[in-house]
Design a protein around this ligand. Structure first.
Ligand SMILES: Nc1nc2c(ncn2[C@@H]2O[C@H](COP(=O)(O)OP(=O)(O)O)[C@@H](O)[C@H]2O)c(=O)[nH]1
Ligand SMILES: [Mg+2]
Length: 477
């Protein structure tokens, strides 16, 4: 390389990634599948024992041969993929020779060779001076026809500028690769798609947070409202049914049962209180589960105070009853006495005695029955009063508990919302960070390209100039 190229190349930032090239003193034979490559390798190894001849798979990545023998079949002119193959195997090697193989069976091989030469010349200026030869390394009949190939190969390998050309070509390839990478970084493969996806993610996270929050608060309100309604009805119904049962019991109460009845009422009232307490606890726990929050224990059961029934002292009424009952008994006794006196005077005395006895008995019975009915009526009123007080107490208790649960749930929901919000904010901050990173990566790549490309371009121009100079010198020889 001339000093000019050297100095230009040395100006290029060493931080730019440029894969190193290791030159190997070998001849690479390459070509599309079934073109006849392996046969050419065998023939060349036989005829050129002083050179190492290899196939593409014998070169490691980053190694470049001293010369490339590009073998194509004489069946048809080069295709696009054939040319691409040549571009890649001869990227770091300027010394290339084209071979049209199997010329023993393809009579039109000369036309194919001319077509190939024209196609390559069109593809890139560097291929304009590539020598082309025909060969038959493994003919169906007779000895291999590779003389022309061997001569041409010897000639280009012996060329004193070969080394320099190869080094220039490798350097040019490095610079072109660096240029391509800088341009690709500016475009940022997939950067736009990624940015689009990030923006969509951001919008989705925000939307999800808002929708979730309002849906949850609506659900919580609805659940509490429903619990309030259902539990109030439950307490009310429970009281109504126990009142009906107790009233039925009162109606069938015997004189002996009267004394035990208040205890029975207390027991039943306690039962109702326990039922309502358990029902409220269960329902509120269900609500908590439904909305995914802890309600906390409901606490003590409702208490009921059942005071004693009104006393049975009823002087005036007793006296009135005695009077009426006595009148009734005296009436019956007199009637019976008169009947006996009129119908059977002989039994008048006995009749009077009997009448008196029956009259007394009737008096006692009437007074007793009337007393029992009165006691039942009193207890019935008492039951109604006790249960209606209990109903009020139960309803108040239920309302207090539901209110307490509502407060607890609202607090827990607010805490959950706050946690959600901070999670969402974190996610959005992460997305924003990535968006900013992508944007600044684009800007960095642009700056990098703007800084390096002019130096790379001038180095490439210097390389082209040197190739031109070499070609001119060759033509002069
Ligand atoms: N007639 C004829 N056949 C050849 C010639 N060179 C290779 N072949 C045949 O072409 C096929 C592919 O050859 P090969 O050297 O393995 O090609 P590769 O796949 O490119 O390595 C084989 O069947 C060879 O016998 C030749 O010069 N003349
Ligand atoms: Mg092969």
């Amino acid at each position: 390389m001339t000093d000019r190229v050297e100095s230009l190349v040395s100006q290029i930032d060493p931080a730019l990634p440029m894969p190193p090239v290791v030159r190997r003193d070998v001849v690479l034979v390459a070509g599309p599948w079934l073109a006849g490559t392996s046969s050419v390798v065998i023939a060349l190894r036989d005829r050129l024992p002083e050179h190492t001849v290899v196939e593409a798979d014998e070169l490691a990545a980053g190694q470049a041969p001293a010369a490339v023998v590009f073998v194509v079949s004489a069946t048809a002119p080069l295709t696009e993929s054939d040319c691409a193959l040549l571009d890649s195997v001869a990227a770091d090697t300027d010394v290339v020779i084209g071979v049209v193989a199997k010329i023993d069976v393809h009579r039109t091989w000369r036309e194919v060779l001319d077509a190939d030469r024209a196609l390559l010349a069109q593809r890139a200026p560097r291929y304009r001076d590539v020598p082309w030869v025909g060969a038959a390394a493994a003919p169906d009949l007779g000895a291999p026809v590779v003389d022309e190939l061997v001569t041409a190969l010897r000639e280009i390998l012996a060329d004193e500028t070969a080394d320099r050309r190869n080094r220039l070509r490798a350097k040019e390839n490095q610079l072109l690769t660096a240029n391509r990478r800088l341009a690709a970084a500016v475009i940022g493969r997939g950067r736009d798609a990624r940015l689009e996806a990030l923006r969509a993610q951001r919008a989705a996270a925000l939307h999800r947070y808002r929708v979730d929050k309002s849906q949850r608060s609506i659900a919580l309100r609805a659940q509490i409202q429903q619990a309030r309604l259902e539990l109030t009805y439950f307490a009310r119904n429970r009281c109504a049914s126990v009142r009906t049962e107790l009233q039925e019991d009162v109606a069938a109460l015997s004189r002996r049962g009267l004394a035990r009845f208040p205890d029975e009422v207390r027991r039943r009232a306690g039962e109702v209180a326990n039922d309502v307490g358990a029902g409220v606890a269960r329902h509120l726990a269900d609500v908590g589960e439904e909305v995914g929050l802890a309600v906390g224990p409901v606490g003590a059961h409702p208490t009921v105070e059942v005071d004693a029934p009104p006393s049975r002292a009823r002087g005036a009424e007793n006296r009135l009853m005695l009077l009426l009952g006595g009148g009734f008994g005296v009436g019956v006794a007199l009637t019976l006495t008169r009947v006996f006196a009129d119908l059977a005077p002989r039994w008048a005395v006995g009749g009077a005695l009997g009448g008196a006895v029956i009259g007394v008995a009737l008096t006692v019975w009437v007074v007793g029955v009337r007393g029992l009915l009165h006691d039942r009526a009193v207890l019935d009123r008492w039951v109604v009063e006790v249960i209606s007080r209990q109903r009020t107490a139960m309803e108040e208790w239920v309302a207090t508990r539901v209110l307490g649960a509502e407060a607890a749930l609202t607090r827990a929901a607010a805490e959950r919302d706050a946690a959600d919000q901070s999670r969402t904010e974190d996610a959005i901050a992460r997305i924003d960070r990535e968006i900013r990173e992508h944007a600044s990566a684009g800007a960095r790549a642009l700056a990098l390209r703007d800084r390096h490309v002019p130096v790379i371009e001038s180095a490439l121009a210097a390389i082209r100039d040197e190739f031109d100079a070499l070609n001119t010198a060759e033509q002069a020889n």
